[in-house]
Design a protein around this ligand. Structure first.
Ligand code: IVH
Length: 704
């Protein structure tokens, strides 16, 4: 995915640039959300993702009137921020500075001695322990009982994942013994072991799900589940190595504290050593590095910490890292091998990714036969060619990457790699978005054949039948997968010809395991019930890039009929022409979305399926926005749990009555409907003096 356009300072943004960037961010964040929440496979770090959201919010704060109807701070943003409650950390969760070589370690020790004014004779004990490559978590105990568990978050505020942390066997629910301080916060790393990771991935592959890229992602995906039952089924482990708030300190050294945690039942890392000088630290570092490949968990360095806690206190912090600790990182492991082929894989969202097919080679104890080449531009920049001898690197145990060719070994007659401009899975055009702010192309090329591309088909079909799209009863994700595999439903039009084809088929649906005469008839009836469908749902169902529910509604209202929409988009193909300018200027549509619409409707494969689909289904115009109701034109926020109506129904009801549903409480909101468990939003509404009602009042109000 493309890099955020972070070059322009918020205060220097012109209004026009802000419009474009907000549009760009909305699309980008939506894509990352899909990777994160649906695929458990984020391609950017949490920090970078948060930075994107913050940038979006900052731009909105400066230009409130430019806030989009599909703003990430409202829509998916609501999902993200509401996914887990926020928990402020009583004591901040810090990060660590890095040392990359022995000299950096020497300087670290010198700095500490200087800072503490220790003379040469004064012993300085430093602990050395593996840096675990997982996710840090903090667990709070009051009177010996676990009360709250949280992620690190931004260091000051984390996410409440108590229920999930409770499922981890390594984390005790209660602390034993009479001498437990009233308040204890144990911190450490949640991780997944290699053997467990391999078994989980094998199960995923067998179930037709995409495997996790590495144990860290698997641990992250498992820990951030809303359903703690899922977390419980994932083999997560924990090492304790630090602490937060403590009402009394049981020990006065790092070692003593960690040993206490062990006595309380927490696993601690057995490779931890106490050292007296740099030489000993480096020895431990080499020793741990030599064991790295045979450990059952990923580590990416060694952490050194001053043992005496009174000295830790005196040393304190610089920005967000302690002066008393440092992470000595392992260098990336490298090897050379032959690049046999460059394969272009198509992801479930249509992104084309180049994968290097390698002569298998051992890198840091692991046999590597595939490596990432990142993207089209990287291949061109490095001029990597099939047949080259290439340098392969595993850095921090992420997917191995090809660093570049060894030119002296290039075989005669080799030719530069030509990146495909059509999708290798379906033959549709593959395009690169242009970032409207920087004018630069996205690094990722994407297939535009969303409706027919086999690489994307199952995901698109699931989207097509999803609750806010066609919402066909009895045809959910599970059935779609099965029908795709047995060839019954390969594209959306197939759904509507299912009954006809079934009647002529030798393997009737009713005879298949799990189906019967009645359930098959019910399914056909449910499908028939959707032959007429609101235009906005129809548009949304197509899964056009950047077109979410709000945009689909906007398009439905703007164009009235599908034919009108289609012909407006097709006539806007020429970017110099008036029709294009008109499309881009449409309220909240903009450049990125216009191009996505044009790409989608111009693709011949999509046109074919649309033609078939429109032969079966009739989208009907949506009602005009109401202005005659008590809540018409009001901005409404729903928060907490609703007990009578589902959120979706409440939202649909509000919208049908001419109101606008927004995700966050700001001074622009008019009404907050708060159910049980409403938290920060309710508080904010009260602070801002916004009217708050409960669900029952809402029912009465929305009935009028
Ligand atoms: S100590 C105040 N010890 O590394 C220092 N951190 O880069 C708190 N990590 O967020 C951290 N293993 O997630 C410490 N043995 C270890 C660690 C460790 C992994 C992670 C931790 C932290 C990050 C900082």
């Amino acid at each position: 995915m493309s890099e955020p356009a972070k070059s322009i300072a918020i205060e220097d943004l012109t209004e026009a640039q802000a419009v474009l960037e907000l549009e760009h961010l909305a699309g980008l964040i939506a894509d990352y959300d899909i990777e994160y929440y649906q695929n458990d496979a984020p391609s950017i770090s949490d920090g970078d993702y948060d930075a994107l959201r913050r940038r979006n919010q900052d731009i909105e704060a400066r230009f409130p009137e430019l806030k989009r109807s599909d703003s990430p701070s409202d829509q998916v943003g609501a999902e993200v921020t509401e996914k887990f409650e926020k928990v402020p950390h009583a004591v901040a969760m810090l990060s660590l500075g890095n040392a990359f070589d022995d000299d950096d370690v020497g300087e670290f020790i010198d700095r500490i001695r200087r800072f503490l004014k220790l003379d040469e004779q004064e012993p300085l004990t430093i602990t050395a322990e593996p840096k675990i490559d997982g996710l840090s978590a903090t667990i709070r105990y009051e009177q010996g009982h676990m009360t709250v568990g949280a992620t690190r978050g931004d260091g000051r505020v984390g996410e409440n994942i108590t229920a999930n942390l409770r499922t981890i066997m390594d984390i005790p629910d209660t602390l034993p013994g009479p001498d437990i301080p009233d308040i204890v916060e144990v911190r450490g790393e949640v991780y997944m072991g290699h053997a467990d990771f391999a078994a989980l991935n094998a199960r995923y592959v067998a179930e037709g799900k995409p495997p996790f890229a590495n144990p860290r992602n698997a641990a992250a995906g498992s820990l951030r589940q809303l359903d703690s039952g899922i977390t419980a089924s994932r083999p997560l482990r924990f090492f304790a190595y630090a602490w937060g708030e403590m009402s009394t300190m049981p020990e006065d050294t790092q070692t003593g504290m960690v040993d206490t945690f062990a006595a309380w039942g927490f696993p601690i890392n057995s490779l931890t050593k106490r050292c007296k000088n740099v030489t000993e630290l480096i020895d431990v570092y080499r020793e741990i590095e030599s064991q790295r490949a045979s450990l059952d968990y990923d580590i990416d360095g060694v952490v050194y910490k001053v043992d005496r806690l009174d000295w830790q206190d005196r040393l304190g912090f610089v920005s967000r890292a302690p002066r008393w600790a440092i992470a000595h990182k392992f260098p990336a492991e490298k090897a050379t091998t032959i690049l046999r082929d460059i394969e272009i894989q198509v992801g479930r969202t249509g992104s084309l990714t180049p994968v290097a097919k390698l002569e298998p080679v051992t890198v840091g104890g692991v046999v590597v036969s595939n490596a990432t080449l990142h993207n089209e531009d990287e291949i061109a920049r490095k001029d990597v060619r099939t047949g080259d001898t290439v340098i392969v690197q595993r850095a921090g145990d992420v997917i191995p990457q090809v660093l570049g060719p060894v030119l002296e070994k290039r075989p005669d007659g080799s030719i530069p790699f030509v990146y495909p401009t059509v999708c290798p899975a379906c033959g549709s055009n593959a395009v690169r978005d242009v970032n409207p702010v920087t004018g630069k192309e996205d690094v990722v090329r994407r297939c535009t054949g969303g409706l027919i591309c086999p690489a994307q088909a199952v995901e698109k079909l699931k989207h097509f039948v999803s609750r806010n799209a066609f919402d066909i009863e009895g045809l959910g994700a599970k059935q779609i997968e099965a029908f795709y595999v047995d060839g019954r439903i390969m594209n959306p039009a197939d759904i509507f010809t299912l009954e006809k084809r079934d009647a002529r088929s030798s393997t009737r649906l009713k005879d298949i395991d799990g189906w019967g005469d009645l359930s098959a008839q019910n399914l056909f009836a449910a499908i028939d019930a959707r032959r007429e469908i609101a235009l906005n749902r129809f548009i949304y169902a197509l899964g056009i890039r950047h077109v979410g529910q709000t945009t689909a509604m906007l398009l439905a209202r703007t164009y009235g009929t599908f034919e009108a929409l289609q012909s407006a988009i097709l006539s806007a193909k020429d970017e110099e022409g008036d029709a294009f300018q008109e499309l881009v200027a449409t309220d909240k549509i903009g450049l990125v979305m216009s191009r996505a619409l044009i790409d989608f409707f111009s693709e011949a494969h999509n046109q074919d399926v649309l033609r078939q689909l429109l032969g079966e289904v009739g989208p009907v115009p949506v009602e005009a926005v109401r202005s005659d109701t008590v809540i018409a034109g009001k901005r409404i926020v729903f928060t907490g749990s609703l007990e009578i109506m589902s959120r979706d129904e409440a939202k649909a009801r509000a919208e049908s009555l001419g109101a606008k549903v927004v995700g966050s409480v700001s001074k622009n909101a008019d009404l907050v409907v708060a159910g049980p468990g409403a938290g920060s939003k309710l508080k904010k509404a009260v602070e801002l003096g916004i009217e708050v009602i409960d669900e029952e009042t809402w029912i009465v109000l929305s009935d009028k």
